[in-house]
Design a protein around this ligand. Structure first.
Ligand code: PFF
Length: 450
């Protein structure tokens, strides 16, 4: 391990950090909506298969590279394949999370605004026009974006142990408590059952190849794959930790949270007699009104739930944005010799600027288009449809075909000392080397064609 390099205090701390990265906006607004639109329980089955047979091997590949090198994404490639073109993978995975961080923190900023509103004046029927009016403003969203990024950077600059580990140790359990409270409230609303059956009724006729590709894409996004966050967090894991159980724990927490979020959101949507809409609109237009106004018997309770709901979104978004920020900071500290403080400021400056353009692309810059998309949409599309998939493909190719099999085996089994992992190595190796590259390539082509 590099001298003076920090590491997580325990395996549990590493799982909490990785699960914190995984659990985010993707679980709260995208997953429930996708389940409902794409065949309910049938989609959940496809998603489960994708998570454990495709995403988990990719996650393990990143973990193996990170823990084997104890380095940032760029340094990891230089250590394992010095002087080769693989350095571009290291570079790509420094850039991709920073692009995601830029637009993600715009949405994080909206959540802060809504949290403040929920706690202040609350929401009324005008809430749906409120969203449209808010995001086109030049200043207010920009201020919230700045605030969200400052919170992110503040945690990261405090260090791996006293910043990231500490924040996740508190946040992750809190997130689960909050989402369970919201779910219980939501399930007790009159008419909630329709939402439950919307999520659970299996409709296999909806499972088409493009739905399968969408399930896989969602799984990549949800587990933060292919952009170096898992690599970087794994590089802070000690050699004694079990990579497989940490990866499995991360995937399981992420899935559990997505499912609970589904049962927190859809019953409320149906109880209010609203058709579930797509995208951020659901959490920023529909749900605030529902949560603030549904409980006729106890208005204070529904009001409290609306506050808790936005608190959940802000915290979930922060645990993810922190992981993206750390990738850039680790690179600047280890490869460019910056102090952690200075590195954090540099990441702040760069992502603030791109994020500001993303934020303004809903208002003053809405006429600026890149390849037919606004700046925000372009950054989102580029990263979630291409860079994450491409990065994931390169990681499995690297681990499956470039790294010596013995090195991979050593990392996976801790030098042969974990009997369970010794038995699992064969199947996992097969998934990494053959199955994952072929499947990812197929998704990549599907995305390109469509
Ligand atoms: N996994 C996060 C979510 O579901 O919201 C998003 C994300 C985090 C993507 C970190 C990429 C990343 F590097």
């Amino acid at each position: 391990m590099a001298k003076g390099r920090e590491h997580f205090g325990s395996g549990a701390a590493a799982v909490m950090a990785m699960a914190g990265s995984a659990i985010g906006l993707g679980n709260i607004w995208r997953f429930p909506y996708m389940v409902g639109q794409n065949g309910g329980a049938a989609f959940i089955i496809v998603y489960l298969l994708a998570a454990f047979f495709l995403s988990l091997p990719i996650l393990l590949s990143e973990s193996i590279v990170g823990r084997a090198t104890h380095a940032n994404t760029f340094g990891a490639m230089e250590k394992l394949a010095p002087g080769t073109r693989w350095k571009w993978l290291g570079f790509l995975t420094v850039i991709s999370p920073l692009i995601i961080l830029s637009y993600y923190s715009v949405v994080g900023g909206w959540s802060i605004e809504y949290l403040i509103k929920a706690a202040g004046s609350g929401f009324n029927e005008e809430v749906s026009s409120l969203f449209g009016e808010f995001i086109v403003k030049p200043w207010a969203p920009l201020i919230c974006h700045t605030l969200f990024l400052l919170l992110t950077v503040a945690v990261v600059s405090a260090g791996v142990k006293s910043g990231i580990e500490r924040f996740n140790r508190v946040s992750l359990p809190l997130l689960f408590i909050l989402i369970v409270v919201i779910m219980v409230y939501s399930l007790t609303l009159p008419g909630a059952y329709a939402g439950v059956s919307y999520l659970l009724k299996p409709d296999f006729s909806k499972i088409t190849p493009s739905v399968v590709a969408a399930a896989m894409g969602q799984s990549f996004f949800s587990l933060s794959l292919g952009v170096g966050t898992i690599l970087t967090y794994s590089s802070y894991m000690k050699h004694s930790e079990n990579l497989f159980s940490s990866g499995l724990g991360t995937a399981a927490f992420d899935l559990l949270f997505a499912l609970i979020a589904g049962f927190a959101i859809m019953p409320a949507v149906f109880a209010a007699g609203i058709e579930p809409g797509a995208g951020p609109g659901l959490i920023f237009e529909t749900l605030p009104y529902i949560f603030a106004n549904m409980g006729a018997a106890a208005p204070w309770l529904s009001r409290t739930v609306s506050i808790l709901f936005f608190l959940t979104i802000v915290i979930a978004a922060l645990t993810s944005s922190i992981s993206m920020c750390e990738v850039g900071v680790a690179y600047l500290v280890e490869e460019r010799g910056q102090s952690r403080r200075k590195a954090s400021l540099l990441v702040f400056a760069g992502t603030w600027l791109l994020g500001a353009l993303c934020s303004l692309s809903f208002g003053p810059l809405s006429g600026v288009h890149l390849f037919g998309r606004t700046i925000f949409d372009f950054c989102d599309h580029l990263t979630s449809d291409y860079l994450m998939t491409f990065g994931s493909l390169l990681f499995v190719l690297f681990v499956g075909w470039k790294m010596p099999r013995m090195t991979v085996w050593n990392e996976f089994t801790n030098g042969g000392s974990l009997p369970g992992n010794r038995r699992l190595f064969g199947p996992v190796w097969f998934l990494i080397r053959y199955v994952a590259p072929l499947v990812i390539l197929t998704i990549f082509v599907t995305n390109l064609v469509s």
